[in-house]
Design a protein around this ligand. Sequence first.
Ligand code: PLP
Length: 282
Amino acid sequence: PIGLLDGRIIDLNEKIVEMEDRGYQFGDGVYEVTRVYNGKPFALKPHMDRLYRSLRELKIPAVYTFEELASFHERLIAESGYTDAAVYLQITRGVAPRAHAFPENMVPRLTMTIRPSKTNVELQTSGAKGAFVPDVRWLRCDIKSINLLGNLLAKQRGKETGAFEAVQIRDGIVTEGSSSNFFIVKDGVLWTHPVSNLILRGVTRTIIIDQLAPKLGLTVIEKGFDQAFALKAEETFVSGTNTEIMPLVRIDAATVGDGRPGPVTRKLIEAYNEFVIKECGA
Ligand code: PLP
């Protein structure tokens, strides 16, 4: 497997992490995950826009232009030869003797990896299981920080009950999945948590709201709701770059709707697949 370090293609077996990299010691960094379909990066611009926002919020200087970041993606895709893949990009604040406050004159460090990735169409067709878990994360979930312990604990807790995804609850309100956004279909209307510091503004979420829902004539309500409301929904699903759109047909012991992916979710999946083909080709 290959990766990229500050613009240079490397073998992943090369030992490149420095012990005093702040990403390694503090989780002081940000990341993005972008899908590659048909050898082409999907929705790269919104992902990189969000990366720049995360960097700004953490006062990490943006060293690379969008064109440079795009060319790094292209190079990894070309060198790997993968047509369907996920590119992971992370930028840490850089290397310095350990101290909590940001040291001066830091040089951020960029690392990227590429791995084959394919959507689980079988699970998408049958529907997956979810599990409600407490949202124990910090109050800046809008920053795509590499500090993911809260998300990891949620996913692990879900996994231990056999769930595909954990659906997090904060102060009685459903926020989002551990690595996805959460939607419900109630009386034919899409509901999801509003953009705030409590969720990550998913690129897939934005595509659903701005592109797919209008195309399908669906109304979207961006408003918080509780667990009981979610369980009364006809349909529920999670969305994310790797997950795409995944129906949740059971959450904990409860069956959602008739226990199969519903018509709205199925139409959204179809529209999403068409959108990917329109951007990346078949
Ligand atoms: N919410 C969280 C906490 C995530 O980690 C992710 C993706 O990794 C998402 C939502 C979905 O974001 P996107 O659609 O941009 O992949």
